[in-house]
Design a binder for this molecule. Structure first.
Ligand code: SF4
Length: 322
């Protein structure tokens, strides 16, 4: 059987070290080639830490204390840093939230693209420049040849994010980790960038880990979704199934809060309360203080992700009859 493109097994990241509070706690999921896997949750759910852990760019005091990460069957969380550097920006690329800070303001787009292409691919300067123009065309930038001489500030926000996507493609990645790639953009531009990401994923057969706080973005773009809460997996399943019949009350709350065209002007439902701090997690199910369906067992025992039919996993005691 073909190994998954990306595999996380019981990934645990703590603040400080072995005895520190868990920011990610026994997180497991797979991603396949050509698949967009959405990771969704509120601030503090552990979404961005998951992306940083995959690329091994976590900063102190975050530290992976357990679990493993495999890319195309090879364990990468224990690779020597020199090997990891070759993977980063090459086979595994990252798209950040703010395109302005992701680009160097003192170099032209062409210089940045050519440098990145030549770092990862054995091409001459001329070939790399042709490849750079081709990438700009692929991400929908008009007059690609001329725009190679432009600086980042000469592009609009949406065009800058297209350039960032071109940079991510420069090393011919097989996996892209996109951390809130549309959050800094106007709503109308967001839809274009999401459509571009989906089209590139299908065309190139890459895998994409799409990190977002916005369930609407997941509904538009992702094939499967992992809903995180307090660093733990709350629900995992196909987007169609999770949107149609979310099993976990937290996923139900996120989906109920998606604005719908044609709906009345009434207030969208809210999930009461806030995400707990990682150093002050409640016992049992971390969501129990906010859950309208809390049962005595929820306060005592932590539910592991359990199969709930149609390929869905949910970490919730409901349907267990507990
Ligand atoms: Fe709610 Fe209990 Fe399920 Fe947690 S385990 S989401 S508290 S019903």
């Amino acid at each position: 059987m073909q190994a998954p493109l990306l595999e996380l097994r019981d990934l645990t990241v703590r603040l400080g070290g072995e005895s520190g509070p868990a920011v990610l706690d026994q997180l497991s999921f797979n991603a396949a080639p050509g698949e967009i896997l959405g990771i969704v949750g509120e601030s503090g759910a552990g979404k961005s830490v998951t992306g940083a852990a995959i690329l091994r760019v976590m900063t102190h005091p975050l530290r992976q204390t357990a679990g493993e990460i495999r890319f195309e069957g090879v364990r990468i969380d224990t690779l020597p840093e020199a090997q990891m550097q070759r993977l980063r920006g090459g086979s595994i690329a990252m798209i950040f939230q703010d395109p302005l800070t992701a680009l160097n303001p003192v170099f032209t787009i062409g210089q940045q693209l050519v440098q990145t292409i030549r770092h990862h691919l054995p091409l001459s300067a001329t070939e790399a420049r042709q490849r750079a123009a081709q990438l700009l065309r692929e991400v929908g930038i008009p007059s690609a040849e001329e725009r190679l001489s432009s600086y980042p500030h000469e592009f609009s926000g949406g065009m800058r994010q297209r350039v960032v996507i071109a940079l991510a493609l420069a090393g011919e990645p097989r996996l892209i980790v996109a951390d809130e790639p549309t959050t800094a953009l106007d709503v109308s531009i967001q839809a274009q960038i999401i459509a571009l990401l989906v089209a590139l994923t299908r065309k190139r057969g890459m895998g994409v880990i799409l990190i977002t706080h916005d369930m609407g973005v997941i509904a538009e773009a992702a094939d499967r979704v992992a809903v995180l809460y307090a660093g733990r997996l709350a629900e995992l399943g196909s987007v169609a199934e999770v949107l149609r019949r979310p099993r976990h009350p937290y996923a139900q709350g996120l989906i109920a809060a998606i604005p719908r065209i044609g709906a009345g002007l009434e207030m969208l439902p809210q999930i009461p309360g806030t995400m707990p701090r990682v150093d002050a997690l409640p016992t049992g199910c971390a969501f129990h203080p906010r859950c309208e369906r809390v049962m005595p067992v929820c306060r005592r025992e932590r539910p592991d992700p359990m199969p709930r039919g149609a390929g869905t996993l949910a970490a919730c005691w409901l349907e267990e009859g507990a």
